[in-house]
Design a protein around this ligand. Structure first.
Ligand code: ZN
Length: 152
């Protein structure tokens, strides 16, 4: 199996069996993001616990890229220290800006490496970034300090 097929399999697996679906009951921050060009919607809820760990829950609908991205994101950030999550966010943003030429850091991005090919298609980058934009916005609303640039 070549890398592109493998990446497609990972995305389809997350789309068909999404991880971490469900909004948190008492979120510290919540964000609803829409990608009008594709019709994708994602709502992300976050809480930060006393140990500085982030908890995330989401709901969404739309194309396989957007929903798989939400599933991968939740798996990557759930229950992890907020400082580490900023590293993951920055790595994913870099990958999406790489125009297909990025060499993703598998250790940091895990299943999110599967979106490397998506970065070649500007219209699909918005789909892949949508849940991450919602995460960032929910973090801001929760009063969690964020790092790095805008997702626009
Ligand atoms: Zn989409």
């Amino acid at each position: 199996m070549d890398v592109d097929s493998l990446y497609q399999e990972i995305i389809l697996d997350h789309y068909r069996n999404p991880r971490g679906v469900g909004l948190l009951p008492e979120p510290h921050g919540e964000s609803h993001q829409v990608n009008p060009t594709c019709g994708d919607e994602v709502t992300v809820t976050v809480t930060a616990d006393a140990d500085g760990l982030l908890h995330v829950g989401y709901e969404g609908q739309g194309c396989s890229i957007s929903q798989a991205s939400a599933s991968v994101m939740s798996e990557l950030v759930e229950g992890r220290p907020i400082a580490e999550i900023h590293r993951v966010e920055a790595a994913f943003l870099d990958l999406m800006r790489s125009k297909g030429s990025g060499t993703p850091d598998e250790e940091v991005l895990q299943d999110a490496v599967a979106f490397a090919g998506v970065s070649k298609y500007p219209a699909r980058i918005k789909c892949a970034l949508l849940p991450w934009m919602a995460l960032r916005d929910a973090e801001v609303k929760a009063g969690i300090p964020v790092e790095g640039g805008s997702y626009e």
